[in-house]
Design a protein around this ligand. Structure first.
Ligand SMILES: *[C@@H]1O[C@H](CO)[C@@H](O)[C@H](O)[C@H]1NC(C)=O
Ligand SMILES: *[C@@H]1O[C@H](CO)[C@@H](O)[C@H](O)[C@H]1NC(C)=O
Ligand SMILES: *[C@@H]1O[C@H](CO)[C@@H](O)[C@H](O)[C@H]1NC(C)=O
Length: 277
């Protein structure tokens, strides 16, 4: 009888341990979804109010069916931090503690789309709180899932965060294509670019460059600072999009130069070629 009671007690203990382990695991991986609360039921509200964004978010853009995510926020608790993603607005991080000086910070403000292979893949949230000489930034990857929720947070390099957001809104294979979201005139432009590429009038590099410009025009990408392309006239760049075109232009210019030199010689005007010409 005692033996039986002992075995029974042992069983109970094991059961309790298993339950405890499950609760710990569940607690660690807790995923909280809070649409539309704007953090109002957050016990650390005073900290949140202290957050000072460096800039305004970009306008909402991209696939129209995703605009319904604007104004909502989704959070994810990992270790002692709560991460909050508000699509088309910001990503923030809040230390989960009752210390008076709990850390809260902005990991990025909505800036532009991440586009790969002519498909939207995620949202770039940049210009967050400073981190040494740079600002914190976060790439939010959009993946297909049964409900809207954050499922993963990591920091692949210092102060650059990667967050995975699951949503049923991106499950259709065409739901993230860029082309259907464009205006008729930009689609026409894209068709022309495809034609030029097909006809080998432009290189793959030229093709990518033209599409990037087109995505900038659509407001999906932020144009790089003007001074980065200083002195390069874009219309000329496209003319030299292929090596053949460049060779052609070079030969034409050489002929023209020869003609002008001959003209000068004819009129007895002295001239000399400068180095490199
Ligand atoms: C982040 O975005 C949410 C939702 O749009 C907004 O309510 C909140 O004020 C923003 N936080 C900061 C620090 O900008
Ligand atoms: C690019 O997208 C097309 C369809 O949109 C797909 O067939 C192709 O495999 C993709 N390529 C890469 C490198 O992802
Ligand atoms: C480059 O473009 C500018 C303005 O479009 C034009 O005036 C100039 O002649 C072009 N240069 C060449 C080498 O085509």
């Amino acid at each position: 009888m005692d033996r039986w009671r002992f075995a029974r007690a042992q069983q109970l203990l094991l059961l309790l341990l298993a339950l405890h382990a499950q609760l710990v695991l569940a607690g660690k991986m807790k995923i909280v979804e809070e649409p539309n609360t704007f953090g109002l039921n957050n016990p650390f509200l005073p900290q949140i109010n202290k957050l000072q964004p460096n800039m305004e978010p970009s306008p909402i853009s991209g696939p129209s069916h995703l605009t319904r995510l604007a104004g909502k926020c989704f959070s994810f608790v990992e270790s002692s931090y709560k991460y909050e993603f508000c699509p088309f607005h910001n990503v923030t991080q809040h230390e989960q503690t009752f210390r008076w000086n709990a850390y809260s910070g902005i990991l990025g403000i909505w800036q532009e789309w991440a586009i790969e292979n002519n498909t939207f893949v995620g949202m770039w949230m940049r210009e967050g709180d400073s981190c040494g000489s740079k600002n914190r930034q976060t790439k939010v990857l959009l993946v297909c899932g049964r409900s809207n929720k954050l499922v993963h947070v990591s920091e692949p390099s210092t102060c650059i965060y990667s967050i995975t957001f699951e949503t049923p809104l991106v499950c259709h294979p065409h739901s993230l294509l860029v082309y259907p979201t464009l205006s008729a005139s930009l689609q026409q432009k894209w068709d022309d670019v495809e034609q030029s590429f097909y006809d080998e009038l432009i290189t793959e590099q030229g093709y990518k460059k033209l599409l990037k410009t087109l995505f900038e025009e659509a407001g999906y990408l932020k144009p790089v600072a003007e001074n980065a392309i200083e002195g390069l006239d874009k219309s000329n760049v496209t003319k030299f999009g292929s090596l053949g075109k460049c060779q052609e232009q070079y030969e034409e210019l050489s002929k023209e130069l020869k003609r002008l030199e001959d003209l000068l010689t004819q009129h007895g005007i002295s001239h000399e070629r400068r180095a490199g010409v």
